[in-house]
Design a binder for this molecule. Structure first.
Ligand code: APR
Ligand code: ZN
Length: 248
């Protein structure tokens, strides 16, 4: 690098969880008002074996999808602060999200800056032929009276393009997430209880590879002891100043 060139912008990786979207009106899972707290049965709706074998579970899933607040949600100040940091060029921002709501992309982060570890509710996939289609299309069929729409191509069961309990993550997506974690300078875990593997293990991997590990969460996580910095508070309030400080 000759003297005129400025050093490359640091890579900032953000592992985001459901806590980033609660201020957009989407409940999390394990927080005080989390879905799994309020209705332990709800986990069955996102467990692959139950979903595939029980038509009643599928019918409840399709009703929940239709009423999912994520489809009406807007990005909040936490999402926007991340998009601002990426646009500023002060850092190369890469988001590894456990969220399936698509709010990072809606906030303006380019698609190639977002890795959806757990997939997305905005698409539907066929469990038989793998065909992908828009969730809006399947929900229109539900609204028209089909309570468990099947694949128009092969007649198999349709599911949202999310990773359900009992399914494995897309190896390419996970591989890219590991690569980014190993090479980043700063790793922020934002709004995640860091209790679900393999996503949570990325925090430990980052620390082992010398990244500065920052945990931003309302409640304690198993990785707080490993973190260089733990920021307690409401993400919409604490994340923007934290990211703005990274721009200096
Ligand atoms: N500000 C700060 N922290 C918050 C806020 C907020 N506004 N809202 C919630 N939190 C915190 C909660 O205290 C909780 O510790 O965010 C965390 C969310 O944790 P989880 O509900 O466990 O969500 P997440 O870590 O994303 O879950 C991981 O589990 O159920 C599966 O596939 C699902 O992707 C999900 C995975
Ligand atoms: Zn099919």
């Amino acid at each position: 690098m000759n003297s005129g060139e400025s050093p490359p912008a640091p890579t900032v990786v953000v592992l985001s969880g459901a806590g980033l979207s609660t201020e957009s009106g989407i409940p999390d899972y394990r927080g005080p008002n989390g879905l799994w707290r309020r209705d332990p049965d709800a986990e069955k709706l996102v467990t692959y074996s139950f979903y595939m074998h029980d038509p009643e579970i599928r019918r409840r899933s399709w009703r929940m999808r239709r009423d999912n607040p994520a489809f009406r949600a807007r990005p909040n100040s936490g999402h926007e602060a991340l998009a601002r940091l990426e646009r500023s060029g002060a850092a190369r921002v890469r988001v590894i999200t456990q969220n399936v709501d698509g709010l990072h992309q809606l906030s303006g982060l380019p698609d190639d800056a977002v890795l959806e570890l757990h997939g997305s509710i905005r698409s539907v996939e066929c469990t038989g032929c793998g065909a992908r289609s828009a969730m809006a299309e399947a929900l229109a069929r539900v609204d028209a009276g089909e309570d468990d729409p099947d694949c128009r191509g092969c007649g198999s069961i349709l599911k949202s393009a999310t990773v359900m309990f009992g399914q494995s993550l897309d190896p390419d997506v996970l591989g890219e997430a590991v690569r980014l974690t190993q090479e980043c300078e700063v790793f922020l875990a934002v709004g995640t209880s860091l209790q679900v593997q393999p996503a949570a293990s990325l925090a430990g991997l980052a620390a082992r590879h010398g990244a500065r590990l920052i945990v931003v969460n309302a409640e304690p996580t198993p990785y707080d002891g490993l973190a260089d910095q733990v920021v307690r508070g409401s993400i919409g309030q604490v994340l923007p100043p934290l990211l703005d400080a990274l721009r200096r």
